[in-house]
Ligand binder design. Sequence first.
Ligand SMILES: [Zn+2]
Length: 220
Amino acid sequence: MYTSQLREADMKSSAVKSVELDIDWAVQTVMPIEFRGREIHMEARAYQGHDPHCQAMVLIHRDNPSPGELPVVRVHSGCVTGDIFHSLRCDCYPQLQASMEVITTSRLGVMVYLPYHEGRGIGLVNKIRTYALQDQGYDTVDANVAIGAPIEARDYDLAAHILFDLGYSRIALLTNNPAKVNALRAEGITVVEQRSLIVKASPYNKRYLATKKERMAHLL
Ligand SMILES: [Zn+2]
């Protein structure tokens, strides 16, 4: 666990000017968090791009990483219903928890949280609309098609810029989604390793998980 007082004092309120094109600014501080009964001190950064929707929260856990340590990274798409209210219709919350467990026990762990990736990028209202269609029997892919929304609208440009900004162009990625690995690779990130997050299905998300496996090639 990272607790150096000197380091915390050094880091407080230090503004970081990004050299990357699409990031207007980034700021950092130290954020103590409670996770599964433990108090953990994370380096916290916020990034803002030109577009107001281009925003990210980054939490970094360092525990004496060796030089050139491969960071274990989660690029997590924000999900209000899952992450905050623990909705059982998706697996976002258990995936977030499983990622935080790995990150907070790694020598170098990084959470890149993207609040505007809601509903695979279609937004909160459209996501709830697709839920209503799923109540009528559509699966998660067909429901998006039915409301004229893309099946996958997430952009990993900002996440890649952030990883470059942090100096982490080679990573181990925590994901079940091969498309996310490919999207980050297309942005120039070297994904050395893909680590799956195995989470338990609930009666409410069984079909959703099956669709992700069958129609979106997720490793579940
Ligand atoms: Zn979700």
